[in-house]
Design a binder for this molecule. Structure first.
Ligand code: NAP
Length: 256
C-alpha cells in the first residue's frame, strides 16, 4: 500500500479467511483487508512462509492468525475453519486464491495425474472449503474466487490451467444463486502480475514486453491492483453485486 494514502475501515469487526496468502496476490488481499480493520486468517503450505507473513502483517498493527493449510489437505482445511471460529467466532469473508499450474503441455498431451491436480487445487478444494465454511458464514457474508484473464481465452502454454479458471467463472454464477440471499459470491480475473507464480512468464524480457505492449494501460498488474478489486467485492459497497467477475487486466480484451 502506498505510504500516506488514506484508507477506509470497511472491515471493522469482520473476519476474513484468505487461502494461499503468504505472498503475492493473496498476501496483498490479506494486507488490504487487515488495514481496513478485518481480523485475518492467513495460510499456505509452509510454516516458514506463514510465520514471515504473520510478522509483516502484525508489524502493521493487523490482527492475524497464521496457519499451515495446503488446500488439498482435508484435515488442514478443517483445522483452518475450526481455529478461525474458535478464535474469532464467525466468518464474514472467504477469498479462495490457491492455484497450481504444473504443466505447459497442450491439453491433449496432459497426463491424467496433472489433470487431476489442476482440477483438485484450482477448483475442487475451493468447493470443499466452502462446504465446510458455509454453516459459519454470517448473514451478508461474501466469497471471492481468484480466477484469471486466461479463463476467457486459455493461452496455449497454460491451456488446461486456463480451463480450470474458466470453471471458476461458472462456479461463481452457480454458487451466487445457491448461496443467495445470505452470502454473495463474486470473482476477480487478474491479468499478468509479476509474482513467483508468473515468474516463468514475467522473468522473460521478450514475453514480458510483449504482454505490456498488448495491454492498453501499458504495464503489468500489481498485487495491490488485484487486492483493491477483491476487497471492493468483499465489502458492503458491493452489497448488490453477486455472481460477477471483475477483470483487472489493464484493458486486455481477450474475453469470451
Ligand atoms: P504467488 O505469488 O506465487 O503466491 C502463491 C501463494 O500461494 C503463496 O503464499 C504460496 O505459499 C501459496 N500456495 C501455493 N500453493 C498452495 C496450496 N496448494 N495450498 C495453499 N497455499 C498454497 O502466486 P500469485 O501470482 O499471487 O497467485 C495467486 C492467484 O492468482 C492464483 O489463483 C493464480 O492463479 C491467480 N493469478 C495470478 C496471475 C499472475 O500473473 N500472477 C494471473 C492470473 C491469476 P506456500 O509456498 O507456502 O504454499
Amino acid at each position: 500500500m502506498e505510504k500516506g494514502r488514506k484508507m477506509g475501515r470497511r472491515f471493522e469487526g469482520k473476519v476474513a479467511i484468505i487461502t494461499a496468502s503468504t505472498q503475492g496476490i493473496g498476501f496483498s488481499i490479506a494486507q488490504r483487508l487487515g488495514l481496513e480493520g478485518a481480523s485475518l486468517v492467513i495460510s499456505s503450505r509452509r510454516q516458514r512462509n506463514v510465520d514471515e507473513a504473520v510478522k509483516k502483517l502484525k508489524a502493521q498493527g493487523i490482527e492475524v492468525l497464521g496457519l499451515v493449510c495446503h488446500v488439498s489437505n482435508a484435515q488442514q482445511r478443517k483445522d483452518l475453519i475450526e481455529q478461525t471460529v474458535q478464535k474469532y467466532g464467525k466468518i464474514d469473508v472467504v477469498v479462495s486464491n490457491a492455484a497450481a499450474n504444473p504443466s505447459v503441455d497442450a491439453i491433449l498431451d496432459t497426463q491424467e495425474s496433472t489433470l487431476d491436480k489442476l482440477w483438485e487445487i484450482n477448483v475442487k478444494t475451493s468447493i470443499l472449503l466452502l462446504q465446510d465454511v458455509s454453516r459459519h458464514l454470517t448473514k451478508g457474508s461474501s466469497i471471492v474466487f481468484i480466477s484469471s484473464i486466461g479463463a476467457y481465452q486459455p493461452p496455449p502454454a497454460m491451456a488446461m490451467y486456463g480451463v480450470t479458471k474458466t470453471a471458476l467463472l461458472g462456479l461463481t454464477k452457480a454458487l451466487a444463486t445457491e448461496m443467495a440471499p445470505h452470502t454473495r459470491v463474486n470473482c476477480v480475473a487478474p491479468g499478468t502480475v509479476p509474482t513467483h507464480f508468473a515468474s516463468f512468464i514475467t522473468d522473460n524480457d521478450t514475453i514480458r514486453n510483449s504482454i505490456i505492449e498488448k495491454t492498453p494501460l501499458k504495464r503489468l498488474g500489481t498485487p495491490e491492483d488485484m487486492a483493491a478489486a477483491t476487497v471492493f467485492l468483499a465489502s458492503d459497497e458491493a452489497s448488490y453485486i453477486t455472481g460477477e467477475t471483475i477483470v483487472v487486466a489493464g484493458g486486455m480484451t481477450s474475453r469470451l
